[in-house]
Design a protein around this ligand. Sequence first.
Ligand SMILES: Nc1ncnc2c1ncn2[C@@H]1O[C@H](COP(=O)(O)OP(=O)(O)OP(=O)(O)O)[C@@H](O)[C@H]1O
Length: 597
Amino acid sequence: MTRRYLNLLVELLRLSWRLHPAPTAGLLALRVAGVVTTPAMAYALGVAVDAIVRHDPRAAAAGAALAAGAFALGRYLAGLDHTLEAMLADRIGVLHIRRHVEEHLARIDGLDHLERTDLLDRVTVLRGAAWQLNHAPWQAVAAACHVLRLGLLLLLMATVTPWLLLLLVFAAVPLWFDQRGQRAVAAAETDTAEAYRLQRHLFNLATEPAGGKELRVSGAADDIARRQRQAWDEAVRGRFRARVRSAAWTLTGWTLFTAGFAAGLWLLVDRTARGEASAGDVVLAVTVAVSLRNTIQDTLFAVGEAVGGRTLLDPLVWLNDYAAATRVGGHATPPARLRTGITLDRVGFTYPGTVQPALDEVTCRLPAGSVVAVVGEYGSGKTTLVKLLTSLYRQQRGHIRVDGRDLADLDPAGWRARVSAAFQDFGRFHIRFGETIGVGDLAHLSDPDRLDHAVRAADAGALVDRLPDGLDTQLGRRFDGVELSEGQWQRTALARASMRTDPLLFVLDEPTASLDAPSEHEIFERYLARARDLAARTGAITMIVSHRFSTVAGADHILVLHRGRLVEQGTHEELLAAGGRYATLYGIQATAYAPMT
Ligand SMILES: Nc1ncnc2c1ncn2[C@@H]1O[C@H](COP(=O)(O)OP(=O)(O)OP(=O)(O)O)[C@@H](O)[C@H]1O
């Protein structure tokens, strides 16, 4: 891992050199020049003071000029250094690395990385820290330069007297004290993180429209405000105590350094009085001693930052490996039209990170041109079945075959190009209304005929008429656009799924959950007609996932799932006659809705 990280740092520097040679060379030159400015200043000051003592004004002026020049150059270089590093971090980190991450993410097949929080966390870290990743190699360069500067400073001190090297200890120990204090603050932040998160959560709950509405109606707003205050007090108190402790550590450290520094000064003055050192030596040693602490601190900081970047290596390597692994897939083209249909043969699937199979031993045949309904209670595996059929996940057990050919042999992108789907957790794209539908078939994003067809299929014509700029209306309040209701967003998802005109599989996963009953009925009538039309043209299978049994009664084939198993299948009449699970659940729903109809 360490070797891989070092290689990555070198690779990032090379990338920087390749893409932006001038600023990269400039920054390297600045870092190297920074090695000599402080030692040169200390040396020149010593020379100047000795020249003054000798009454040699020319040498004194030259020494003073050199010291002033080195000092000014050091300041100037530091400013330029920050600017150049920030610029490179922006260009390489944000523009290049983040783009690399986003491209990888967009290309990754399947949903694993979007649905598993442990994977999502890695991606989030990486996206947010692209800047830091580019910061790491430059900090490694800085660390090497600081070590060289430290070596030069120590060498200069040793020329006065090797005893002064003891100052290194007095400069380093306070830093260790500082770190102790910082660790205490970090530990307090971790300890109070829960209280901090809680107060944020309560604050959001009370101020966001959705939660705020309920709290005001239930009268719990005051209680929430009190709890938020409590949690906030707890978090702040813990952190304040840790900061006080940290300040005490820092103070002790500085006291130690001051004592060491005073002893060093006394030693120098004593040696000068005895004629073993010159006044210039005193000035040189004091200048070096003062900058010693900063140099050690800079070195430790740079090493810490360079090593800290290593935590980003795991997500980056994971993302690269993951993206490469998901590119494995078949290359075969899907058939132009379905002849026999899709078969599932003992299909089993367990979500990564879980033990209970979401689907187990599912075997069935979905005939070409049929309307297939999938029913079952919450969590019975309906959406998982859809995800497998749309190639968003691959089953671990069994086979799915399209016209006899294993789905795994088909090119996943090619297969998905022949699938249309409206999911229950549909996307709310805050772009223009026409585009939010058009992305259902990118090749025809702005094709007016396609858009018109899709809008009509989803019965969204009245909605478009009410929008201020029709299809050109910007959606989403955040972008100064129109906000749609839940049902209206669902209609956009339905229209989006209707953009493709030649799908082999058309999936409606709880497509009308947010719509009122008359709209639902109307929509289903339309989609059944569309299903027949698609069946005639491409032999497409239309799959409808629903909780409402009344909607699925008209399907050609009904699959009943229960806890991931296919417990019954057949037509509505066959399943009612069988008197099993479907018949019972249908009976319960029929009774529940009876008084309303
Ligand atoms: N991304 C996921 N990671 C882990 N487990 C999951 C994930 N998605 C679903 N599950 C689990 O898999 C099982 C089947 O879920 P699925 O969403 O397929 O059910 P469903 O029948 O569509 O439910 P609903 O009617 O509520 O949409 C459930 O136990 C669920 O908790």
